[in-house]
Ligand binder design. Structure first.
Ligand code: ATP
Ligand code: MG
Length: 234
């Protein structure tokens, strides 16, 4: 099976005035369709930069990024916008919900911009929030808010779900429940999921682990038998 995601010698250089920061220095790796890929590495290793390029939120300086046969590094602004809109779901560390909209309205906001989407109530039910749909974010716990964010991402029926430190703001048990939800969703829907974290305990849950160091890929390993979340500890 050919790669669903392929990074080929991707470089990202940020310039501010005279100063150049090389956030990615020639990164190459592939991810297969339906895999859960965990990207780990120390702070500053380039994980978020890589995820932002993968999600069409940032552009690369040189190299190629091919997703599902399309070279997104050649995309213009409009193509990137529709790629973000239709193909990618995002889950961030701090949920990024709109505070004056209910859980249901937050999900509707995202699904409204998609031709083909899951109904908001159904998406919230799939993350176990059928009872809390009419609550505002401030009336929900951190774990529940992250569930809303996941429902919002899934409602778009994305090809690819990108998560940047999805459990970074959650306590241990809640974090595990969120990871289980991500693992179950990937398994049941065949969705490709990329999770960025500095917690190397999460490597066990992945089909593929990409270890990053100083803007480069240090190693890529495959897990034949990923560990169920229940058995992962940190
Ligand atoms: N917009 C930007 N402008 C300038 N430099 C940036 C920008 N974004 C990231 N960098 C730099 O690129 C490098 C990689 O940053 P990145 O955010 O990708 O790291 P990270 O692995 O996600 O770290 P963390 O675990 O702390 O989130 C860092 O040196 C960072 O300071
Ligand atoms: Mg980061």
């Amino acid at each position: 099976m050919s790669d669903f995601i392929s990074f080929e010698n991707v470089e990202k250089i940020y310039r501010s005035g005279e100063v150049e920061i090389k956030a990615l220095g020639g990164v190459s790796f592939g991810i297969k369709k339906g895999e859960i890929c965990v990207i780990v590495g120390a702070s500053g290793a380039g994980k978020t930069t890589l995820l932002n390029i993968l999600g069409g939120m940032d552009t690369l300086t040189s190299g190629r990024a091919v997703i599902d046969g399309a070279d997104i590094s050649s995309f213009g602004r409009k193509q990137l916008a529709s790629y973000r809109r239709f193909d990618v779901g995002f889950v961030f560390q701090f949920y990024n919900l709109v505070p004056n909209l209910t859980a249901r309205e937050n999900v509707q906001l995202a699904s409204q911009i998609c031709r083909d989407h899951i109904e908001s109530g159904e998406a919230l039910k799939s993350v176990g929030l059928e009872e809390r749909m009419d609550n505002f974010p401030a009336q929900l716990s951190g774990g529940e808010q992250q569930r809303v964010a996941i429902a919002r991402a899934l409602a778009k029926k994305p090809k690819l779900l990108l998560c940047d430190e999805p459990t970074g703001a959650l306590d241990y048990a809640t974090g595990k429940a969120i990871l289980k939800l991500l693992q179950d969703t990937s398994r049941s829907s065949g969705m490709t999921v990329v999770i960025v974290t500095h917690n190397s305990a999460l490597c066990g849950m992945a089909d593929r682990v990409v270890r990053m160091k100083s803007g480069g890929v240090e190693s890529v390993t495959l897990n034949e038998n990923p560990t169920p979340i229940e058995q992962i500890e940190w």
